[in-house]
Write a protein that binds this ligand. Structure first.
Ligand code: AIR
Length: 434
């Protein structure tokens, strides 16, 4: 591997905040980024070398992207796996993660089946087409149910809770199209793990000890995650606690406020998820730590020996860096974005260890009507030591749109509830209202 300028080009389908943070992380590695996104001047455009303006599934746009690229990846599930496969072949450009993995993940029902069949613990779920299907699932799994659009939903769009049989028709209408339902998990807390899979070229004995191991490495007890696999080296960032409201991520806390055994189990499940999927890159793995009331017999993995309060269930996965991992930019030795660039361009994975306790909060649209975006109150964030503002550069704001985030890094041993209160206070001082 050599370095020269211009460096290799990574083509990214999608130019939102994830594309922007990928481009920010790629530059120091000597990797240039070109994005394809339908919105002119997309968030990634100012930091990428170029933007192809076109839909994620527009063959001309994606061909133009591939023609400029040495590697291809995507930052949104609306990317088209068939098109990616065909341009990869036509232009002889590797695409990671494997488009087939995208195909599996983009359909939440297919995703759940694949993972369940691979032995990953998942909540009970059913495919539903009609109101009667939803009601039958309700009889079996109990209410509330979570109704999910099989494809196309993100940032909470496409997920609708169903409290009773009477709500079945309205909920099906709201998600529109093919759907699935899941039992409602009465969780103790939500967790997320950014799991990563690198290239098979970088598998040597010394890489599997000491410098790997996320959670373990960060508390000084480094140990191998698991042996390097045929497909390539794998690793996981320290387990993150995630706090959602209205199906949208609000804050993250790392280390997660869960017992070490729970965190270890979460990491294990995340690495099992990687085993079930092809292709390199970072995968966001969202998990539930089930509450004590949950009986061991109710979930579909069939495990029965674990304490209920330790029980980890998979919620969803994303074949890309994830909102739950934004804190790694300041909080870890390698960020999830740098890791993704390393993985998809065939470079060795970086150290996933945590530098310090870290919390983050999303800055979400707090306006009712869609309007030009001007953020106010940001001075307090700049004035706060160890607080980091990330502005995504979106021109327009609407209710609950992800506009940026704030990360606050604590001293070693910092009190996490205090850090969390502090970052919430900073966020609550921000507004888009005029
Ligand atoms: N994204 C992709 N999947 C889930 C999320 N949050 C990111 C990507 C995408 C952007 O959100 O970076 O490009 C789209 O954001 P918006 O606000 O335009 O919907």
């Amino acid at each position: 591997m050599t370095l020269s300028t211009p460096g290799p080009t990574l083509g990214v389908v999608g130019g939102g905040q994830l594309g922007r943070m990928l481009a920010e992380a790629a530059a120091p590695l000597g990797v240039e980024v070109v994005v394809a996104d339908p919105t002119p001047d997309a968030p990634a455009a100012p930091v990428a070398r170029d933007q192809v303006v076109g839909d994620f599934d527009d063959p001309d746009a994606i061909r133009e992207l591939a023609a400029q690229s040495d590697y291809l990846t995507f930052e949104i599930e609306l990317a088209d796996p068939d098109l990616l496969e065909s341009v990869a072949e036509e232009f002889d450009v590797p695409v990671h993660p494997d488009p087939d993995t995208l195909r599996t993940i983009e359909d939440k029902l297919v995703q759940k089946r694949r993972l369940r069949d691979a032995g990953v613990p998942v909540p009970r779920f059913r495919a539903v087409d009609t109101v009667d299907d939803v009601r039958a699932a309700g009889d079996e799994l109990g209410y509330p149910l979570m109704l999910k659009a099989r494809t196309g939903g993100y940032d909470g769009r496409g997920n609708v809770p169903v409290e009773s049989p009477d709500e079945a028709a309205g909920a099906l209408d709201a998600v529109g199209g093919d759907a699935m339902v899941e039992e409602f998990v009465d969780y103790e807390r939500e967790l997320a793990v950014m799991a990563c899979q690198g290239s098979a070229e970088h598998r040597s004995a010394d890489r599997s000890s000491g410098r790997r191991g996320g959670e373990a490495a960060s508390n000084g007890t480094a140990k191998p995650s698991r042996g390097p696999r045929e497909e390539g080296e794998t690793d996981a960032f320290p387990v993150t606690e995630t706090i959602h409201r209205e199906e949208i991520l609000r804050e993250t806390v790392s280390p997660a406020r869960a017992d070490e055994t729970v965190r270890e189990r979460a990491r294990e499940v995340a690495l099992d998820v990687l085993d079930a999927l092809e292709g390199r890159g970072v995968f966001g793995v969202e998990l539930f730590q089930a509450g004590e009331s949950r009986s061991d017999s109710t979930h579909s993995s069939g495990r029965g020996s674990q304490d209920a309060d330790d029980e980890i269930l998979l919620n969803e996965i994303a074949p890309r860096p994830h909102n739950s991992g934004h804190w790694t930019i300041e909080g870890c030795h390698t960020s999830q974005f740098e890791q993704h660039v390393r993985a998809v361009t065939g470079r060795p994975l970086g150290d996933t260890g945590r530098r310090a306790p870290t919390v983050s909060t999303n800055i979400l649209g707090d306006v009712e009507a869609r309007q030009d975006a001007t953020l106010r109150g940001e001075k307090a964030v700049f004035e706060r030591p160890r607080a980091h503002l990330h502005w995504y550069g979106k021109r327009e704001v609407y209710r609950l749109r992800k506009m940026g985030h704030v990360t606050l890094v604590g001293e070693e041993g910092a009190d996490r509830p205090y850090l969390l209160d502090s970052v919430r206070e900073l966020r609550d001082g921000l507004t888009f209202e005029g």
